[in-house]
Write a protein that binds this ligand. Structure first.
Ligand code: COA
Length: 164
């Protein structure tokens, strides 16, 4: 990661930036253009951020040396009756990650991923899960960082790893 980039805990006031990163995650494919409002209100995505920051919501924001946010990774524990794409069990948090396009491929995503895994472990979660479309290169990053495929859908995989 470049000098001057730091990670800090995500606060309630980071909700707009986290929304930006959720839109990036939804639009990960080159040319993805789902409008912000549509992503943030869609049944598939709103569950990852609505009401942030609830009890048990946790995350990290990567910032430059002036505290401008560059990327974020966070997790939320979703109930079985409102399960996300990456649901693997009650009380297992699901991870979301996004880095601003101008700051990609500079180590920010990997640093966020490592940090948020550690944070989840420190908060008492033994496992963490995520969902990734099979042709997203991020899948290789997750695998390199210890995630294994635990479920396969038509186009996306559920991956999980222990936090310790
Ligand atoms: C996925 C994402 C969070 C990764 O963050 P990042 O800061 O770009 O990643 P890093 O710089 O830490 O790179 C991690 C690895 O991915 C590789 N990588 C980065 N960009 C890549 C690209 N466009 N294609 C292929 N590999 C790439 C890097 O080479 C690196 O591996 P290496 O260290 O072995 O070289 C970021 O690209 C992103 O926000 N993408 C859009 C949103 C998204 O897809 N979110 C995940 C949804 S499941």
């Amino acid at each position: 990661m470049d000098r001057g980039i730091a990670l800090r805990r995500a606060a309630q006031t980071d909700v707009v930036f986290l929304g930006d990163m959720l839109v990036e995650a939804a639009n990960w494919r080159a040319g993805g253009v789902r409008p912000r409002h549509e992503v943030l209100t869609s049944a598939d995505h709103q569950r990852y951020l609505a009401g942030w920051k609830r009890t048990a919501d946790e995350g990290l924001v990567a910032t430059d040396d002036r505290d401008v946010p560059l990327g974020a990774a966070w997790y939320r524990v979703l109930p079985q009756n409102d399960a996300g794409f990456g649901f693997i069990g009650v009380a297992v948090p699901e991870l979301i990650i996004g880095v601003h396009p101008l700051w990609r491929a500079r180590g920010v995503g990997r640093a966020l991923l490592r940090g948020v895994i550690q944070l989840a472990g420190a908060q008492g979660h033994a496992r963490i899960s995520l969902s990734v479309e099979r042709d997203n290169f991020a899948r290789n990053l997750y695998r390199a960082e210890g995630f294994a495929v635990v479920g396969e859908g038509a186009t996306r995989d559920t991956m999980a790893r222990r936090t310790l």
